[in-house]
Design a protein around this ligand. Structure first.
Ligand code: CA
Length: 370
């Protein structure tokens, strides 16, 4: 087999990569024993997730595994759990400054950099997973997000979705908006900001601290993800009432972030392969969560005595009103937020009408008459 040159990311320039690919097309025909003209490249992917969140971490491993398989090991990306290279919430900075070539994280962790990044993941009373994909891939969403990411030297690719999350664990029942007042709840992000408008004392504890805080009564309620992940944290041992829906996260998208210069240096073939792998991660994570949550919910109910409760219409109405007041305020204070929010809002209203005609009408009939 022809000896291949090992070319690091820093050594390979956009021009040389293009030249190399072009040269090899003419001078080195594809070797049917598995050899190739394409360079060997090693990247690191920082993620925001502990290994214990295997489904969400799976968005990173699916992407890396598939890229490796599709390039016969020549493009090798290694994922790292949050905290190994950089902290879980420092992935954006690490990709922006080139400390790592890529990352797997959630846009909405970085709303401090630009509030409109919330739409890249999820906003309260926003889009379901299927609608997120429609908005991102065919509704102008990805272009809108990429315009923001470009300012930070990053190109982003949707690469996972948890599906609608659950509405959290409560030590006592919550029936009216009044019952929320003064409640201490672990709920980060915009969901927390909306809850604060309803009188909740919102806290942003990391995953590893939620159980102890809830168990000892330092907080009265906590949200995490959904049945599969929540069961692993043991939250059912600390609070029995499990509320739905997680109206602050109807369909959160996770993203692969790629440093723009690192991206530009990739051969076109590797760019296509990486992009294809993120599509695969996007669909695989959602499929896996849906299948696992279905089983975990049954276990929580039947083996752990968990009591399911729906948020009342009063609470949902009050929360939705508060959420859109917040968006309108953000839009009047921030031109980028307004630029994303206004077409997003129009997309949301129309796709919910369409989905009330197709998916939701058949799903609600079957769910009630199965
Ligand atoms: Ca959550």
């Amino acid at each position: 087999m022809k000896r291949r040159n090992f070319i690091t990311n820093t050594a390979i320039g956009a021009t040389s990569a293009a030249t190399l690919a072009a040269c090899n097309q003419t001078t080195t025909p594809v070797n049917h024993e598995g050899g190739s003209s394409l360079p060997e490249i090693e990247w690191r992917m920082a993620t925001s997730w502990p290994l214990s969140l295997d489904t969400i971490y799976g968005g990173a491993t699916t992407t890396c595994d598939r890229v490796r398989e599709m390039t016969d090991g020549r493009f090798d990306i290694t994922p790292y759990p949050g905290g190994e290279i950089v902290g879980g919430l420092e992935v954006f900075d690490a990709v922006q400054n080139g400390a790592v070539e890529c990352g797997h994280s959630a846009s909405y962790y970085y709303i401090g950099k630009n509030p409109a990044l919330a739409f890249g993941t999820a906003v309260p009373f926003g889009l379901t997973a299927q609608q997120q994909n429609a908005w991102l891939y065919h509704g102008g969403g990805l272009e809108a997000m990429r315009k923001i990411y470009a300012e930070f030297n990053i190109i982003n690719f949707p690469a996972g979705n948890t599906g609608a999350q659950m509405g959290g664990w409560f030590k006592r029942e919550i029936n009216t908006p009044e019952d929320l007042k003064g409640l201490k709840m672990r709920i980060p992000g915009l969901g927390g900001k909306v809850m604060e408008r309803l009188g909740v004392n919102a806290q942003a504890l990391p995953g590893g601290e939620i159980f102890v805080a809830l168990d000892r009564g330092a907080i009265d309620a906590a949200e995490w993800v959904g049945p599969y992940d929540d069961e692993k944290l043991g939250l059912y041992k600390a609070a029995k009432f499990y509320y739905y829906p997680g109206w602050w996260e109807p369909g959160p998208t996770l993203d692969v972030f790629v440093n723009q210069e690192a991206w530009d240096k990739l051969p076109k073939e590797y760019q296509e392969i990486l992009q294809t792998a993120t599509y695969e991660a996007n669909i695989n994570m959602l499929a896996k969560y849906d299948a696992l949550n279905r089983d975990a919910l049954q276990t929580l109910q039947e083996e752990h005595g968990v009591q399911l409760r729906a948020y009342s219409q009063d609470i949902l109405q009050a929360a939705q009103t508060a959420a859109f007041e917040l968006y309108e305020e953000n839009a009047s204070n921030d031109a980028t937020f307004k630029e994303v929010y206004e077409p997003w809002k129009e997309f949301r209203d129309r796709i919910y009408f369409w989905n009330s005609i197709n998916d939701l009408s058949i799903a609600s009939f079957i769910a009630e008459n199965k």
